[in-house]
Write a protein that binds this ligand. Structure first.
Ligand code: HEC
Length: 241
């Protein structure tokens, strides 16, 4: 029975067209070192809202989870506990102050200088690490700006806007059955190797779609950032129906 299933799987997979990016799409090159390419707030910024989420943008996908102690935030000499979230679509690491895992994350203190230090031990999915510690300094202002809440897409939207349009032709009767909304939900949300609810960066599905090196490199069909963000936000919001 198991052997028969394996044969069917092998046949259905090999008979499908190759699952790779068209040649005219840029493919992320192997990077010798991980580099910070952008930050929010900008380095040296003043008057930063107290509900700001610090974002560190990289030239490769930061691996998740980030080992403890790799990212530290301090206010003067006080170590501020941080909560870290990897955004594979934006190649970002989001840093929010959260003492003892408080939810929702705490606000930053007003009129306070903060320093965020990322240790070279931070790894990208392909194995690259930072060449040197990265240091970001900024200063808060007097008030929050009103945090933008992340959307919570329904699975119906993910199915209609991504799976039915970009995937169903190949994954209709294969080991990964995306032929109907019900089948797709069971094949994705019911399979921890594909979807880890609340943790898009650790979900095989999103990793495959953005093309992290562990999934064979940039080796799936190109989706728009909006489509990738929809899949990401659905998983991060709990991968619910
Ligand atoms: C051109 C045909 C084709 C299209 C279109 C396609 N795939 Fe695939 N997909 C494959 C093949 C072939 C494999 C197995 C080989 C591999 O991993 O690349 C696969 C593998 C996968 C895997 C990893 C294996 C698994 O069972 O978990 C996932 C996840 C996946 N596809 C999701 C999708 C999603 C989501 C879409 C739509 C955005 C999509 N695919 C579009 C052909 C396709």
């Amino acid at each position: 029975m198991v052997a028969a299933a394996a044969v069917i799987l092998a046949v259905s997979v090999t008979s499908l067209p190759a699952c790779s990016w068209p040649a005219d799409r840029p493919v992320a090159a192997e990077v010798p070192a991980l580099t910070v390419v952008a930050t929010v707030p900008a380095s040296g910024a003043e008057g930063v809202p107290t509900d700001a989420v610090v974002e560190l943008g990289f030239d490769a996908w930061p691996e998740s989870p980030v080992p403890g102690g790799v990212v530290r935030m301090t206010a003067g000499v006080v170590d501020v506990g941080v909560q870290l979230e990897v955004d594979l679509v934006g190649r970002k690491l989001r840093v929010t102050p959260a003492r003892y895992g408080e939810q929702p994350p705490r606000l930053l203190d007003t009129q306070t200088g903060y320093t965020v230090v990322v240790a070279p031990a931070l790894r990208a999915t392909g194995g690259a690490t930072l060449a040197a510690p990265f240091i970001l300094k900024f200063r808060t202002g007097d008030a929050p700006a009103g945090r933008a809440t992340r959307p919570t897409p329904r699975f119906g939207e993910v199915y209609a806007l991504v799976l039915a349009t970009a995937c169903r032709d190949c994954h209709a009767d294969s080991a990964l059955d995306l032929s109907t909304e019900d089948a797709a939900f069971a094949a994705l949300a019911g399979q921890p190797t594909r979807v880890v609810a609340g943790h898009s960066a650790g979900s095989g599905l999103l990793r495959k779609l953005v093309g992290t090196p562990d999934t064979g490199g940039a080796a799936h069909l190109p989706l728009s950032d909006a489509q990738l963000a929809l899949v990401r936000d659905w998983i991060d919001a709990g991968a619910r129906r």
